[in-house]
Ligand binder design. Structure first.
Ligand code: WT7
Length: 558
């Protein structure tokens, strides 16, 4: 494709994303039309291979997926859902999830994916903040959905797949779909109309809704082609769930924009099963995470050797720092280098990356995409630093898949843009050869297995327990998950600690937020360090917990 990074920078850029989609900058379009309808001409091609842990397997053509989306759009329209309304989707990665998201987008409404393992509180936060009118879910999620919806009148309808005894406000989507028309034409949206709302965690407050427009698919299309190196005959597998942005940008839009067949696997992590998917589907390109690779590594080389993994041609990773040991191990097992990629929910698509045509420096995130201007800024003047100086990682705004705003929070959006740069919230440095190296996040957000977790979310749930008066959560390095959460809690005076209390706290977090959020350790203490203005100093608790220097304590109240 390209001989070198320099040639890529010179000869590529976002404009090629438009070309790939058969449109021109300035054109209006509907993303569903461009990724599905455009590919429905004969000969038929498989769009989705759906596999489950239990061994179920089904294939769906682009035409099948177009029809599925059109049926959902028909149902939603008949219910009165309009352009710009929020339709949230709480489903496992099965074909129905793809139909629900693409059907919503087809109608010109905004799709909000929610990770199916989320607990009631996490679901409620997202529905409430977004003002969602409709929630699409499955019968087995109804208990937690009902809990989440108590006193939440904005959600008018819950559409339920599968059979269940329904209550007021709930309707059987399975039944509605049977009578729904598959002829629904994509709504003529403008390129800048909103289509997708993903929630991501911040340091303070509830998770923020990150809003993306139809134009995002321009970025998905070209980065998928160049970075993931997709070709027409590829079988591609993105291991991320569409509840997270990787699972939509690169588990729905990017591959289909390129008319490529992708695998959706439903089932938890299990090395043998994962290798089986690669072997049986003859997966050629694989987009996964450092956590997944580390888990595979822990299972050992022998498990991998039992399978024929020779179909693989290209492997990429995202979400957290990719350790050089993992790259070395993967090379031993797959005979391929893992290509690290860096981006965020806000950026919508890959911004800094390793490419098939560029030498990899293990541990580096790689170099900016053609069209991306990235820099490391000093913290005060917000001016680019010299190579090897550590500072704030920033991007020049204006790429096609840049987020539109934080939902109902324009101030938070404005605050991300300073001195002509978009501030990513990551710390990094660039070496003399222009490779970027990740250092840390610039805030307290915990990156556990590639999923961002806000300390505030965890603390709020801990405080729901009657025994707890104060709570502080922070992340610490962990070999398997990159980072894990640790919580410090202060008990009410008459409360006693014990295994039972800790178990209750863990259950509370699992039910309300999700199992990924359960702290590895909950420490009972009688005091939390605070600033004079009353803010909990998580940085100090964390340093003490790890036995590290506590740094500047001038703001401390003690
Ligand atoms: C944050 C964004 C977009 C993919 C999924 C996460 C961290 C992402 C890398 C990488 C080191 C990385 C950053 C970033 N991150 N990729 N290759 N090396 N850190 O999306 O939830 O918005 O998280 O994930 O801290 O800011 P997200």
């Amino acid at each position: 494709m390209f001989d070198s990074y320099e040639q890529f920078r010179a000869d590529s850029g976002w404009e090629f994303g438009y070309e790939l989609l058969g449109i021109r900058p300035g054109d209006d379009f509907n993303a569903c039309d461009l990724i599905l309808d455009r590919h429905c001409q004969a000969p038929a091609k498989t769009a989705l291979i759906s596999r489950t842990y239990q061994g179920e397997r089904h294939e769906f053509s682009f035409e099948d997926m177009r029809e599925g989306a059109a049926r959902v759009a028909s149902v939603l329209e008949a219910m009165g859902v309009q352009r710009g309304d929020r339709v949230f989707v709480l489903l496992e990665p099965l074909p129905q999830l793809f139909d629900a998201i693409m059907g919503t987008i087809r109608l010109g409404a905004i799709a909000g994916p929610i990770f199916a393992a989320f607990g009631a509180e996490a679901i409620r936060d997202r529905l409430q903040d977004s003002g969602a009118r409709v929630l699409i879910t499955a019968a087995h999620h109804l208990p937690k959905v009902r809990e989440a919806l108590q006193d939440l009148p904005t959600v008018e309808q819950v559409l339920v797949l599968g059979s269940a005894t329904l209550q007021a406000g709930e309707r059987s989507l399975s039944q509605l779909l049977e009578g729904a028309s598959a002829e629904f034409q994509p709504y003529a949206t403008a390129a800048d109309d909103p289509m997708l709302l993903h929630y991501s965690s911040g340091t303070t407050g509830k998770p923020k809704g990150i809003l993306h427009a139809h134009r995002a698919i321009v970025g998905h299309a070209i980065t998928t082609k160049v970075v993931l190196d997709l070709r027409p005959d590829d079988i591609y597998w993105c291991t991320a769930d569409p509840g997270w942005v990787t699972g939509t940008s690169y588990g729905i839009f990017g591959p289909w924009a390129n008319h490529v067949t992708q695998v959706a696997y439903l089932g938890g992590f299990m090395a043998e099963k994962w290798y089986e998917v690669i072997e049986q589907e003859r997966v050629t390109v694989w987009y996964t995470s450092p956590t997944a690779l580390r888990l595979l590594m822990r299972e050992g080389v022998a498990v991998a050797r039992q399978r024929d993994l020779s179909s693989l041609r290209h492997i990429c990773s995202v979400g957290e720092p990719l350790n050089p040991e993992v790259i070395r191990w993967a090379y031993e097992v797959f005979g391929l280098m893992v290509h690290d990629t860096w981006w965020q929910t806000e950026t919508g698509c890959i911004q800094i990356s390793n490419y098939p045509f560029m030498p990899i420096k293990p541990g580096s995130m790689g170099r900016p995409f053609a069209g991306t201007e990235a820099a490391v800024l000093d913290c005060e003047r917000l001016e680019p630093l010299r190579p090897n100086q550590e500072g704030l990682l920033a991007l020049r705004p204006g790429w096609p898949s840049m987020f539109k705003t934080y939902w109902a929070n324009p101030d938070a959006y404005e605050a991300k843009f300073r001195n002509g740069w978009y501030l990513t919230g990551d710390r990094a440095y660039m070496d003399e050869e222009g490779y970027f190296w990740f250092v840390a996040r610039d805030d307290d957000v915990i990156n556990t297995s590639g999923h961002l977790l806000g300390p505030f979310e965890l603390e709020s749930v801990l405080l729901q327990h009657p025994a707890i008066v104060e709570a502080a959560a922070f992340g610490v390095p962990a070999e398997d998950a990159g980072e894990v959460a640790i919580a410090y809690v202060v008990l009410r005076r008459d409360q006693e600690t014990g295994k039972e209390l800790l178990r209750e706290l863990r259950t509370l977090i699992r039910r309300q937020v999700g199992s990924h959020a359960v702290p590895r350790e909950i420490v009972v203490t009688d005091h939390l360090p605070r600033t004079r203005s009353g803010k909990i100093m998580r940085r100090v608790i964390r340093a003490r917990h790890l036995g590290l220097p506590t740094g500047d304590l001038s703001a401390l109240e003690e």
